[in-house]
Design a protein around this ligand. Structure first.
Ligand SMILES: [Zn+2]
Length: 314
């Protein structure tokens, strides 16, 4: 009895390589294979299935409105097995047509299960519903855990909105476990919020005015402090939303302005930079005016530039 097989995996799980090896095994036994893929995947040549590890084979590319049962029927006398790569891009209708083909010959479908938002593709959904056999091809996150999410990154920042198919963009995909995906989501949130201050602080001559005794909400402050410019205050408030745990732990500074300015940026990563800023904001309470100095002499701009660099290079 022929069956409909669905073999899914996250990005980088070598699904395509598995599809091509499967084809190879059949061909070695003189079994004819019809290799197909949806036209939508045009990263490589249209009529070729190419895996990241360098294997490739000619294939038949079909459009969204094409009937796969018709394609099969036309050459049914010489086809003994059908293999579909990137099957997530099939329409529901096309999966149903594959289901019909599988009444006659085995149909093996390889592809992703979910998109970059963690939602099922139309083709994947239908395959999960109607396949006889469902098998996961496992892949590993950078941290070593099992990857289940396909993170879409633009310039190193995770994006969770946009269309399912982006063609010609400069996006990259990385397979992630759930906790790394959440971490990347948090990083993207922080990045979006604070990177705009790079431009603002770059051109800022005065970050705020020194003040003596003032009353704020009827509480009189007797120590000199800085009333910060609105943009700086917004930065402080925006940053406060992200709780960086024990910021002073990793920072090689005694908290003096000189030691802070001397911190070498080269090789400092995104998380370090967040800890550094968090450290300064914490210090500001006991050393009023510290932030003012660091903004006005360009140190904070340098730090934000490093954050941008970390993201751009990723
Ligand atoms: Zn992970």
């Amino acid at each position: 009895m022929a069956k409909l097989y669905y073999k899914f995996g996250a990005m980088g799980s070598s699904k395509t390589a598995s599809a091509l090896m499967c084809r190879f095994n059949y061909l070695q036994k003189n079994i004819n294979v019809l290799l197909m893929k949806p036209k939508i995947d045009n990263r490589f040549k249209e009529n070729e299935v190419v895996s990241r590890i360098g294997l490739s084979a000619p294939c038949l590319a079909f459009a969204e409105n094409e009937n796969l049962l018709d394609i099969y029927t036309e050459q049914a006398d010489k086809v003994q097995v059908v293999i579909v790569d990137e099957c997530q891009f099939c329409t529901k209708k096309q999966v149903d047509q594959l289901r019909e083909i599988a009444e006659e010959v085995p149909v093996l479908c390889y592809g992703l299960k979910t998109n970059f938002k963690g939602e099922l593709f139309e083709g994947s959904k239908r395959l999960l519903e109607v396949a006889d056999s469902i098998q996961e091809i496992k892949s590993v996150c950078e941290c070593g855990k099992k990857a289940i999410m396909n993170g879409r990154f633009v310039k190193g920042v995770l994006v969770t909105d946009g269309g399912e198919i982006e063609i010609g963009g400069d996006e990259k995909y990385r397979a992630l476990c759930w906790s790394c995906f959440k971490k990347e989501q948090e990083r993207a949130k922080i990045y979006d919020k604070i990177i705009k201050y790079l431009k603002i602080f770059k051109d800022m001559d005065s970050a705020g005015q020194w003040s003596g005794d003032t009353a704020i909400d009827n509480i009189v402050l007797h120590t000199p402090h800085v009333i910060y410019d609105e943009d700086v205050q917004n930065f402080i408030d925006d940053f406060k939303e992200f709780q960086v745990k024990s910021p002073e732990k990793n920072i090689e500074s005694d908290g003096s302005i000189d030691s802070l300015k001397k911190i070498v940026m080269k090789d400092k990563d995104f998380d370090y930079m967040l800890q550094l800023i968090s450290f300064v904001l914490k210090l500001e309470k006991s050393k009023p005016g510290l932030l003012k100095l660091l903004i006005e002499d360009g140190t904070l701009t340098k730090w934000l530039r490093q954050i941008k660099k970390c993201v751009d290079e990723k």
